[in-house]
Design a binder for this molecule. Sequence first.
Ligand SMILES: [Mn+2]
Length: 360
Amino acid sequence: MTAGFHGERLKKARHHLATQKLEALLVAKPENRRYLSGFTGDAGMLLVAPGNAVLFTDGRYQEQARLEAPNWELIIYKGSFIEALAEICTELRLQEIGFEKDYLTYQQFEKLQEHLPHVALRPVTGLIEKLRLIKDVREISLIQEAAVITGAALWYLLGALKYGQPEQEVAGILEFFMRRHGGGLPAFETIVAAGERGALPHGIASEQRIRRGQLVVIDLGASYQGYAADLTRTICLGRIDARQREIYEVVREAQACALAKIRPGVRAGEVDAAAREFLAARGYGEYFSHALGHGVGLSVHEEPRLAARQETVLEPGMVVTVEPGVYLPGWGGVRIEDTVLIAQNGYEILTPVTKDLLVI
Ligand SMILES: [Mn+2]
């Protein structure tokens, strides 16, 4: 099984290299490394060549690498990784290797140049990420599991929330629940933003206490075996006024407009536009200050972006967030977000939590 799907991914990567007329690729980005090889350690690099698949790591990960990536040729380097790489390049007579230009540091690049004087270095971007755009069935089931843990944490919180709790404590309740139910580290720092702080789209939990009458934006995501989920709900404590209710309903309708657009063949930008035009027509256009959504997988933010003018065409197997929001400085904010799978005939929401206005 393990060899099966990783073998399939490696095959696709090699095919991709061939179409780019690239002899070999050095894979440094942790998510890409994990995607291709299954190796989950903190340190290591892959070299993908037509006849070789090499995993370089250090002594701490020897046993783990053998277990997780049994079909990769394992090289445990002692001193410097680059010296080990230089040896392999000579052995395989490689003339050119690609490197991930949006990940490798300039210093690492300089060292590669220094130690591989006879190898041309070609910067590439998004090569393995392109493969990761469409999730296979195993990936979808892992994202689904992360989404279920995330949704359950929010449901649990609704019963556990008390007036006067600091935002940080609320975040801690959510994170502990997710870990207790099989989640790894949270996929990102949990956002709990009450009252005026809700106007900060990325207002991570602070020491401020949540009070009756406040809207609270709660944005959380479990990870499960490396895969992320992403969910936001905005709830109200104790009582709600007419304006809070109006803005909540506007955001909820904006999300419904965007979801109604989603199906294979539609461009990402059109989905963004559906929510954006609806909010503009209702007078909230300038208060929706970010993109509608992003891909979710081994990274919590990856391709495709659901943003203005994005030409990517949606395909079955993509997983994206749909998260319109309205943020009014000095007042607060509302965001509603689901993680959504693009399906053959439309879409499937993976984050199973009601969007009815919750007044706790
Ligand atoms: Mn998100």
